[in-house]
Design a binder for this molecule. Structure first.
Ligand code: WTA
Length: 648
């Protein structure tokens, strides 16, 4: 029997959520299912400031996605920054929009809606003066400073398409992204600050620009004031260009389906894909989900401690909270700096009411003991969120009992870069929760579990998670490669969208996400492709072949296990292991590390030459007895060697 956690009475007081009891949830859910157009048009009209309100809901769908992306609200005209900024100037100009907590505890800044609006307008004018036009791509490669949000919104304001690249990515990764979207401008900073260490963002940018041709200007925000190499013809200081720019700017009117941003994300194969989100649907969905899932109230202090380089930062630090006129905290540091009490210290100082983090952080902090938590007052907290990977029940209970003192609703939110916003989740304070389950779909989301052959399974079932109907926040295409979008998401289990995740549905209809079933790794909530690791490894002369898989890791969720076949004449050595680490760091970034390396005589291949990754996975997971049928292998002796040399 699963224990369910009912809603604590105190958190339900004052909720005006659209679904503040289960009967209301079921009613709204069935309304959204029976008439999605009506539901979403009503949501967008209520939540979003349109110049021209849309009259049409969905056009197209999964069945016709190969011919044309589906569209939402296509006759509407808006600029998303008017929802995020301008309209709040009438009702609450002095409310804090961004509450920034810097790397050092207590180093804080606040920007009111009025100030944020002014900064965004100045930055928009500065970008225009640097030559940016509607439709241009602008890369943002920054740390967690308010100017990163200003930069995103300034792009949106002028109709340029931003692509934020997480500040941990290497010069090679940054270069690939610049070239893929042919970005004209890059916005960066001298250095980032994280956990007392500096991150050389501008100098990595300089390296990345060797081998690119599209970039005309580099706009540089000064964070630390370190010495920098400077190219007068190309580099421009933020404080020169932005601070003196006009604080008024008329936002560019955009069609609902104009792209808002591109965000690169890893898949099973090849290089990362530029997932495209569009203006009207994305802002509607992030505003709706942010208000609904977290039960947002007017005086909330909302803190999502993700990075703007990932989708969570886009949707739930910047766009959703600002569209809802909330106070959104931006956190520059790491959970363990200067010690493992940092989050709780920050919660006490800022009186945070809603806190949103990742299971990997929860597990790492739980391992440091309860004292770091209990020394701070967390009585302001009402809702605790988690995202990014399955949360194990132990970590869930620690979050609920120790951090939340049994008073708060836990929302375990399942979603993806491609979904734009949260899809399967409890709704605070309404949904009864079960530790480890993302619970139920939001209105408008229709989950389907299929077996490996693609047949939908009904009732309690285990299989692969698909979604059956488009919602406004769903990604529309892959930048420059619509066929790749179609083949990645819509061809495996027609006519559904395939998420890449495994999933179980229990007797109560609750969903339990079991993790990726494809070759995507999720290490400490960072999504990376095994193919990217393998490409980096085989670029080394001594390496003939490489197979990379994930294995369960107590803190990071998954660790990275690399099987390496050496070229003839090369011997494994410590220096070689370092070379492997350096290669993945160079190709991907500082967040990519190999946890275990095993040198093997060969990879297990079928007679047609296909690597049987299942075998690599099972051995890495420590389950060599569960290999299944290996009779199709070209050389079964390889498997014996792999099992004999397995690293644990
Ligand atoms: C995983 C992050 C279990 C999942 C927003 C998904 C989760 C991938 C959860 C997307 C959750 C995210 N429970 N698994 N609550 N949330 N995932 O694109 O495997 O970085 O497919 O988006 O993270 O990662 P992405």
């Amino acid at each position: 029997m699963q224990t369910t956690y009912p809603v604590p009475a105190r958190v339900s007081e004052g909720s005006r959520n659209i679904a503040n009891n289960m009967a209301a949830y079921r009613e709204v859910y069935s309304l959204a299912q029976s008439d999605p157009d009506r539901f979403w048009l009503a949501q967008t009209r209520e939540r979003i400031a349109w110049r021209t309100k849309p009259t049409v809901g969905l056009e197209g769908g999964y069945a016709t996605v190969a011919e044309q992306p589906f569209r939402w609200f296509s006759d509407g005209v808006l600029n998303v920054t008017e929802s995020c900024l301008d309209r709040h100037l009438e009702s609450h100009p002095d409310k804090t929009a961004i509450l920034w907590e810097g790397d050092e505890p207590g180093d804080t800044r606040t920007l009111s809606y009025h100030e944020l609006h002014e900064q965004v307008c100045r930055a928009a004018n500065a970008l225009r003066a640097l030559g940016a036009q509607k439709g241009d791509r602008i890369i943002i490669y920054m740390g967690m400073v308010p100017e990163a949000a200003v930069a995103m919104l300034a792009c949106a304001r002028i109709g340029a398409i931003h692509s934020v690249v997480f500040g941990g990515f290497s010069a090679d990764s940054l270069r690939d992204r610049i070239n893929d979207c042919q970005s004209k401008i890059i916005i960066t900073q001298d250095e980032g600050m994280r956990g007392g260490k500096t991150i050389a963002l501008k100098s990595v940018t300089d390296d990345a620009l060797e081998g690119t041709r599209s970039i005309e200007k580099v706009l540089v925000y000064r964070r630390t004031g370190c010495d920098l190499a400077w190219d007068e013809s190309r580099d421009v200081w933020w404080h020169d260009a932005v601070d003196s720019a006009d604080p008024a700017h008329e936002a560019e009117p955009m069609a609902a389906e104009d792209p808002l941003f591109i965000l690169y994300t890893s898949g099973s194969t090849g290089t990362p894909k530029g997932v495209v989100h569009t203006c009207g649907g994305y802002i509607t969905y992030t505003a709706f989900t942010h208000a609904t899932v977290f039960d947002l109230r007017p005086d909330d202090v909302y803190a999502c401690v993700a990075d703007v380089g990932w989708i969570t930062g886009h949707s739930y630090i910047v766009y959703g909270p600002l569209a809802n006129g909330a106070t959104s905290l931006m956190f520059e540091s790491v959970p363990t700096y200067p010690d493992a009490g940092r989050y709780w210290d920050m919660i006490e100082r800022h009186q945070v009411t809603i806190f949103y983090t990742a299971p990997t952080a929860i597990r790492a902090l739980a391992a440091r003991g309860d004292d770091f938590v209990s020394r701070y007052d967390r009585s302001s907290l009402r809702v605790l969120g988690t995202v990014g990977e399955p949360i194990n029940p132990d970590a869930w209970r620690w979050y609920y009992d120790v951090v939340g003192e049994g008073r708060c609703t836990i929302v375990d939110t399942w979603w993806q870069t491609e979904t734009g916003g949260i899809c399967i989740t409890p709704i605070a304070p309404t949904t009864e929760t079960k530790p480890g389950s993302a619970t139920l779909p939001l209105p408008g989301i229709v989950p389907i579990i299929v077996n490996e052959e693609g047949q939908p399974l009904f009732g309690p079932a285990q299989g692969r998670l698909c979604l059956a109907h488009p919602w406004p926040g769903q990604a529309r295409t892959v930048w420059g490669d619509h066929p790749r979008y179609v083949s990645t998401y819509f061809e495996t289990y027609k006519p559904f969208y395939f998420t890449g995740d495994g999933c179980r549905r229990d007797r109560d209809g609750y969903y339990w996400i079991t993790g990726r079933v494809d070759d995507v790794l999720n290490v400490a909530g960072h999504r990376m492709g095994t193919a990217e690791f393998e490409a980096a490894l085989v670029s080394i002369d001594a390496v003939a072949e490489a197979g990379v898989v994930g294995f369960p890791h107590a803190i990071k969720g998954q660790g990275v296990y690399a099987y390496v076949v050496m070229q003839a004449g090369h011997e494994p050595s410590e220096a070689m292991e370092q070379q492997l680490q350096d290669a993945v760091r160079k190709a991907i970034g500082a967040h990519a590390k190999i946890d275990r390396v095993q040198v093997v005589p060969g990879l297990p291949k079928t007679r047609s030459g296909k690597v049987m990754r299942r075998i690599l996975r099972k051995v890495a997971e420590g389950q060599p007895e569960a290999l299944g049928d290996i009779s199709t292998l070209a050389d079964p002796s390889v498997v014996e060697a792999i099992i004999a040399g397995a690293k644990t």
